[in-house]
Design a protein around this ligand. Sequence first.
Ligand code: DX5
Ligand code: ZN
Length: 230
Amino acid sequence: MPWVEVAREVEVEPSLYAADFSQLGEQVAALVGAGARVFHFDAGDGHFIPEITIGPVVLASLAPLMRGWGGALDCHLMVAEPERHFEAVAKAGGASVTFHVEACDSPARAVAHARGLGLGVGLAFNPETSVEDAVVAAEGADLVLCMSIHPGYSGQEFMPESVGRIERLRKLLPENVRIQVDGGINATTIGPAREAGADLFVAGSAIFWRDDPPAAYLELSELVRNPAHG
Ligand code: DX5
Ligand code: ZN
């Protein structure tokens, strides 16, 4: 799925960080079977966040499968000096890079760099960062990622103040810039995040830590596509 199309849709994005890595291909295939097309790929460097997660080697294994399925890998870089990794992500077959304003000296340069590599571009910001600072830094990006947890690992609780932050973002951002939300999204929190104006919903534990991940994906997708029934 080309990134421009992804960025136009309302999507639930399974976060691979929460997957069972001994069955990664099978789990992704099952979710593709349920309709998932955009997968969230969390790279952490043990520096910007304490955790070391997954990186371009895993991305390169998944990317050809994903292309065959018409899917896209949306890469969330929870790393210091994110620009150092853009080329590796592009070569490994990532569709986009979302980097943190807190980790970046020059967001404008980073946006241009990612574009030059043909990547979609997102600007992420942590709960301590002001919405206004994120909006300024996001000039030229396709999406803004509002972290609804402290970045690090799956399974944390959604921070309720994120709802107001998403609402403010929606008011301040140009209409064509998508809002992604990441952290603690589940069947209870996805509705308020949607109503506040988010379009892209990252879900790790609420999908992969359930007995039936495709059913969990379908339930969340139903809640955002038909909010009236949610
Ligand atoms: C953690 C990552 C998230 C994580 C979300 O900082 O950025 O994408 O996998 O997991 P849940 O949905 O369980 O909060
Ligand atoms: Zn993430």
